[in-house]
Design a protein around this ligand. Structure first.
Ligand code: GLN
Length: 551
């Protein structure tokens, strides 16, 4: 079958959840036996989001092949359970970079290089490359931003041309829009949707289907009105109401018949969707037997998108353990020895987040000291792992002033240091140690037990590493290296011996957790935290009993 392209645009406002709608549609089509992938087109001029700070952009999602990409790719992977690559995220910066590079090489043979056709051709080539790879039946193309944005125009034009190039029957245009409810009028309002659709029409595209985000259900009359004024059939007006969790969205969209309409319009023969395991997962998330609290200590806790994959990994791991994990967001900027006890009161585990730069490091170190001493299950990810090593060096090995050269270039004990190959790099974009690398695990370790394997592959995004000169010193004080990268002998995992569950990982396990395959480290961490919570509850119960009837 020739590949079919589904273009998804957004109207009225940003943050309507286009990524989740694309992922949900992708899942529904995949469970019908179709081979589906999703590509995100981002209209900003950064070549990739790697250089943007988390307040601007939220999490940077890293693929196996080392691309720093939009966080929506995380949703695509978590929903579809298949890896994405650098081809799945295209930005205006990337497009222009490549077009200008070609121009400098003389590739345009004396022509004037213009937005149309050169930029639009480059966009089309990127979309077609995925379709032509032969790997997919369906390519869902999510166009970032809101219809009408100046920077989005070349993308809409490229999609318009693509529809023409590959034939209307091989493409579908879905527009995600907002139908607000005006409390004062007691009514749903369709005008913003009408205007948004009109804007797409002006750009030469016609939406075939509408997905209407709304806070209250859309009755027949409203659907008819939208259909009539937006020039679509009434069955092609679907509603997307607020869901309790993003994982319920595919089920709600199935109820609305979104996938049914899509395959009908694209004239695809496909099986009925099999959502058995998805429903089992949603059920496990909504009916947990247990509930625990885990602290997430980081710099961006007021901007939780920065930790998107960690939050979702906890949800996946929680479902496996039949346990709701409530994340207690703790700002490392304000955490100190005085408020530590009260801030971490009632948590059964501590996760210290990835990050860059010296701000908030003292708070992270304080949280780690507490977790280590109180035997609270601890997971340190990337910077969190590096902080764990610094804390251990200072407070257990007695190395005063031990630090990472990222925060203190003059430290007497550079326990974490810039990787050798990073020393002569000045450019910031795309130059870290990025993407998947192997890690071999030491047999007698929490990690080896969690994975049930000896050789794993995990994704990375860092410039600094544990300084190998200190490995023996740390090990002699009980902080063992339990995972190394075999090619380069880089430390990937450390574990504390005299502790029920104290693990630091240089890589990012959160980037590989999916609904289908919850990440083993998160599953194991949540299990350890649950055990801690149960034991503590028992101890507390016995203590209270003893107080009530002393022996
Ligand atoms: N700043 C640290 C480094 O570059 C950690 C990076 C991270 O947490 N992703 O090595």
């Amino acid at each position: 079958m020739e590949p079919k392209y589904i273009f998804v645009t957004g109207g009225v406002t940003s943050s309507l959840g286009k990524g989740i709608i694309c992922s949900s549609l992708g899942l529904l089509l995949a469970t019908r036996g179709l081979r589906v992938t999703i590509q995100k087109l981002d209209p900003y001029i950064n070549v990739d989001p790697g250089t943007m700070n988390p307040y601007e952009h939220g999490e940077v999602y890293v693929t196996d092949d080392g691309a720093e990409t939009d966080l929506d790719l995380g949703h695509y992977e978590r929903f579809l359970g298949i890896p994405t690559s650098q081809d799945n995220n295209v930005t205006t910066g990337r497009i222009y970079y490549d077009v200008i590079t070609k121009e400098r090489q003389g590739a345009y043979l004396g022509q004037t290089v213009q937005v149309i056709p050169h930029i639009t051709d480059e966009i089309k080539a990127r979309v077609k490359a995925i379709g032509d790879s032969g790997k997919y039946d369906i390519v869902i193309v999510e166009i970032g931003g809101t219809v009408g944005d100046i920077e989005g125009l070349p993308y809409i034009e490229a999609m318009r041309q693509l529809r023409y190039d590959v034939g209307r029957l091989n493409t579908l245009s879905i527009h995600l829009t907002l139908v607000p409810y005006l409390k004062a009028a007691g009514e749903l309002k369709t005008k913003p949707t009408q205007h948004s659709v009109k804007t797409i029409y002006e750009l030469g595209m016609q939406p075939d289907m509408l997905v209407c985000r709304a806070e209250v259900p859309l009755d027949h009359g409203i659907r008819r009105k939208i259909a009539q004024f937006c020039n679509v059939e009434i069955e092609d007006v679907t509603a997307s109401l607020d869901a309790r969790s993003i994982y319920e969205v595919p089920l709600l969209m199935k109820e609305e018949g979104l996938d049914q309409r899509v395959i009908r319009k694209l004239q695809i023969q496909a099986d009925e969707p099999d959502l058995t395991s998805w429903i089992r997962f949603v059920d496990a998330v909504s009916h947990p037997d247990h509930r625990i609290r885990i602290a997430l200590v980081g710099k961006y806790v007021d901007h939780q998108d920065a930790y998107m994959s960690i939050v979702e990994s906890f949800r996946h791991a929680g479902a496996v353990n039949s346990c709701e994990v409530e994340i207690v967001w703790i700002s490392s900027d304000y955490l100190n020895e005085e408020n530590l006890e009260s801030q971490l009161n009632g948590v059964s585990g501590v996760l210290v987040a990835p990050g860059f730069g010296g701000r908030g490091i003292d708070g992270k170190l304080a949280a780690i000291t507490h977790a280590r001493k109180q035997k609270l299950p601890f997971l340190g990810i990337c910077l969190g792992m590096q902080c764990a090593v610094i804390e251990y060096a200072r407070n257990v090995c007695g190395m005063d002033g031990a630090n990472s050269t990222e925060f203190d270039p003059e430290t007497p004990h550079p326990i974490v240091d810039l990787m050798l190959e990073q020393k002569n790099i000045n450019d910031k974009g795309g130059t870290m140690r990025l993407g998947a690398y192997d890690c071999s695990l030491e047999e007698r370790s929490h990690t080896a037990r969690a994975y049930g394997e000896k050789l794993i592959s995990e994704r990375h995004r860092h410039r600094y590493e544990l300084n190998n000169k200190y490995r023996d010193e740390l090990a002699s004080h009980g902080l063992r290296v339990t995972g190394i990268n075999p090619e380069r002998d880089l430390v990937e995992i450390v574990e504390a011996e005299d502790h029920p569950w104290f693990v630091g990982v240089q890589f990012h396990p959160e980037l590989k957790s999916t609904v289908e395959k919850p990440h083993p480290l998160f599953v194991n961490f949540v299990a350890a935290a649950l055990k801690y919570a149960n034991e503590n509850r028992l101890v507390e119960h016995l203590r209270r009993e003893r107080q009530e009837k002393p022996v």
